[in-house]
Design a protein. Structure first.
Length: 254
């Protein structure tokens, strides 16, 4: 899909990857709505970059519905909906159920709500595009947080389901699975930052992938190789994960 003349909505658009995508989409000639739970940052960034701000908490179904309805009212349609808002909350099997619920709602259910409200107009037109941000943590286990890794694996699964189910209806789907990206989210993880890429470079990769209507958008070759090895030999993958866990968590480093 070419972005020129298209209407795009991006959640989590006040910061990091979402903001970089908004800047790049506008440069490509798209009209962009950015939404975020952080109202003041959203309004500031929107006026800086020439986007329309709509404050939305994506964990609330009625707010995602309102985002879709208001964007459609303002611009007539939505060509591309980017479900990008996410949280990297720390957690493990001992975490409180509310922490699991929170991660589940931000990282997965937000994408379910978006699909629920934006798909009908795309199916009716026989045209549309969903770009769902998951993570490399949805392909290969990420050890900082079981909440993050598990919900991102679910997001990849949901994107696969959407892509295969709505292809014949003319709806394209991409899933964005970057490794580390230099944003406030990754800033707290030193070993992640060592291999992190610039959000503007990621936006460039995304625009090229959307032009090709490519389902999987990954960034870090070594993570992609681990993912391929997982498909070939799951037990080898599990045994080698220990080394990656030690590296990612900085275990044994002085
Ligand atoms: N930074 C990385 O290394 C990295 C790697 C892979 C995937 N990701 C994913 O990319 C996406 C964007 O992350 P980022 O790195 O730009 O982080 P970020 O923290 O810079 O931006 C995330 C944005 O989402 C917003 N947000 C959080 N909860 C929300 C909610 N309930 N409703 C609406 N907005 C909400 C935040 O206010 C923030 O503006 C996330 O889904 C993240 O999991 C990030």
């Amino acid at each position: 899909m070419e972005l020129k003349g298209k209407i795009a909505v991006i959640t989590g658009g006040a910061s990091g990857i979402g903001l970089a995508l908004a800047i790049r989409f506008i440069a490509e000639g798209a009209t962009v709505v950015i939404s975020d739970i952080n109202g003041p940052a959203l309004k500031e960034k929107a006026s800086e970059i020439g986007a329309t701000p709509i404050v939305t908490d994506v964990t609330k179904e009625e707010q995602v519905q309102a985002l879709v309805e208001e964007s459609t009212r303002l611009f007539g349609r939505i060509d591309l909906f980017v479900s990008n808002a996410g949280v990297a909350k720390y957690g493990d099997p001992f975490s409180a159920e509310r922490d699991w619920d929170f991660s589940w709602h931000v990282n997965l259910m937000s994408q379910v709500y978006a699909a629920k409200y934006v798909l009908p107009q795309m199916i009716a037109r026989g045209d549309g595009y969903l770009l769902n941000t998951a993570s490399a943590a949805g392909l290969v286990v990420e050890f900082h947080s079981a909440l993050y890794s598990t919900t991102k694996h679910a997001a990849v699964g949901f994107a696969e389901w959407l892509a295969a189910s709505y292809k014949d209806a003319g709806v394209k789907v991409s899933v964005l699975c970057p490794g580390g990206v230099k944003t406030p989210m990754a800033a707290e993880l030193p070993n992640m930052m060592k291999e992190a890429i610039d959000p503007a470079d990621l936006a460039d990769t995304v625009v090229k992938a959307i032009a090709k209507e490519q389902f999987m958008i990954s960034t870090h070759e070594h993570i992609w190789q681990i993912f391929q090895m997982k498909a070939q030999d799951y037990d080898k993958y599990i045994s080698l994960l220990g080394e990656r866990r030690a590296y990612m968590l900085g275990l044994g480093e002085k």
